[in-house]
Design a protein around this ligand. Structure first.
Ligand SMILES: Cc1cc2nc3c(=O)[nH]c(=O)nc-3n(C[C@H](O)[C@H](O)[C@H](O)COP(=O)(O)OP(=O)(O)OC[C@H]3O[C@@H](n4cnc5c(N)ncnc54)[C@H](O)[C@@H]3O)c2cc1C
Length: 411
């Protein structure tokens, strides 16, 4: 019979490793299992803001992360039709630099940090297949190791940090609380030989119902993402048949009013283009009798928001704090579950709804265009606009500043 743990965590990337680290620091015995072996890539465009840098610094991995030959980013550029909104990333928690760090580095470095704790047992190449119950309470998990041997492990709590298609979520039949489908198709690829737009920036371009997103990442590469309507089956077929030429033509044809065309001319695609044809923004019940969910397993929002990595890490911290506060005693799980759900909603719900709106992929209206023009010429509004993305301020603060400027213009 295998040893029993305080907490079993399925999934060892941003949410799983973070949760394990904080629980281990508080003295919990943790089993951290992932079907992948690391370093390992995952479907992500890897970008996070400086509020996440602060979290990663606290975990103790930021120094290792900046050693991965990654380009620091201090500027954001949005271009909506012809209006450019550009400026510095607002400082938050003493940090002013954001990054796009490939998950082969980020997740591996987080996992290595977890492995330093003697009360974290890590099993890679282990696929969780089922749960163990005592009555209605989850008391462990079953799975298959790399040698195809069936194994069972027991714990007071089993956490699903196992991503968008969470196995744990399906096994416990967690209630779907909110769901909003996306009208978007995403394709992205890694390119070498793309020059910066004067300085390294997070660049987001929207024209009509199409988007192009450029992030400088590790090893002098750019991750280039394009978004277009899910209903455009002809374009999807084109991308499926010839992804590289389709992405290049897309950038040239739909964004002639930008620097992108010239900058990609001499670029080289360094690995196959990846895609995601449609997805849901969703929010699930986060905790039940003997189980909990964290990261994408509980909530997913439009990737163009670049909030997923932050929410996985911050959400893991919230769950860890709640478990530590309750000393791992989850007998009164209903009370703890309510606390967890409320805390997660308070932290992430506003931006979840922003993601749902973004996913509708609506064209820019004349009124929005006029507002973009006002934002673009007022640094104080630009700061509050960007501040939504790194939690330097709330959307309401941006609206207040925008209204103040509009009133000052009209008076
Ligand atoms: C196309 C795309 C682009 C994105 N771009 C960004 C971005 O630029 N910035 C950003 O912040 N977010 C982005 N995201 C979101 C971000 O990738 C996720 O929010 C983040 O990865 C969630 O982390 P996680 O730890 O919860 O889950 P994941 O990173 O999905 O990790 C889950 C882990 O669970 C393991 N697992 C699953 N099932 C089992 C099982 N049965 N047994 C054992 N292990 C299992 C998997 O192997 C995996 O390692 C993007 C998402 C997509 C789809």
């Amino acid at each position: 019979m295998n040893k029993s743990y305080d907490v079993i965590i399925t999934g060892a990337r941003c949410s799983g490793s973070t949760l394990a680290i904080y629980l281990a620091k508080a003295g919990f015995e943790v089993l951290l299992a992932d079907r992948a072996t690391f370093p390992s890539d995952t479907l992500s465009t890897n970008t996070f803001f400086n509020n996440t840098v602060a979290l990663l610094r606290e975990i103790g991995v930021m120094d290792s992360l900046v050693e991965t030959h990654v380009t620091p980013v201090e500027t954001i550029k949005f271009q909506f039709e012809d209006t450019v909104i550009e400026g510095p990333i607002p400082k938050v928690y003493g940090e002013d630099t954001a990054y796009c760090i490939r998950r082969t580095y980020l997740d591996h470095i987080l996992l290595k940090q977890a492995k330093k704790h003697k009360n974290i047992t890590v099993i890679e190449g282990f696929r969780v297949t089922d749960l163990i119950y005592d009555g209605e309470r989850v008391t462990g998990m079953k799975g298959e190791d790399g040698a195809k041997r069936q194994q069972e492990y027991r714990a007071s709590l089993v956490v699903g940090a196992d991503g968008r298609n969470s196995k744990i979520r399906r096994l416990v039949n967690s209630e779907l609380k909110l769901s909003s489908p996306s009208a978007v198709t995403i394709y992205f690829g890694y390119f070498s030989g793309i020059s910066h737009d004067s300085v390294p920036k997070f660049e987001v371009y929207k024209r009509d119902d199409k988007m192009a997103i450029l992030f400088p990442t590790n090893d002098d590469l750019y991750v280039v993402t394009v978004n277009f309507p899910l209903e455009d089956k002809k374009l999807i077929d084109k991308f499926k048949n010839d992804p590289e030429n389709s992405i290049r033509q897309f950038l040239r044809d739909y964004f002639p009013n930008t620097t992108i065309g010239n900058r990609i001319k001499h670029s080289t695609l360094i690995e196959p283009i990846k895609g995601l044809i449609g997805y849901d923004n969703y929010w699930y019940q986060g905790m039940g009798n003997g189980w909990a969910l964290v990261g994408d397993a509980i909530c997913f929002k439009d990737p163009a928001m670049a909030q997923g990595i932050h929410d996985a890490i911050r959400g893991a911290r919230i769950l860890a704090d709640i478990l530590i506060k309750n000393n791992g005693q989850i007998n009164e799980w209903e009370k703890i579950a309510e606390d967890y759900q409320k805390s997660m909603e308070a932290e992430f719900m506003v931006r979840f709804y922003m993601g749902c709106e973004l996913s509708k992929n609506e064209k820019i209206t004349e009124q929005q265009d006029a507002i973009h023009k006002i934002i673009s010429t007022h640094p104080s509004v630009i700061e509050k606009f960007f501040g939504i993305y790194n939690y330097a301020n709330e959307p309401a603060d941006f609206e207040e500043e925008l209204n103040r400027i509009i009133q000052s213009i009209s008076s």
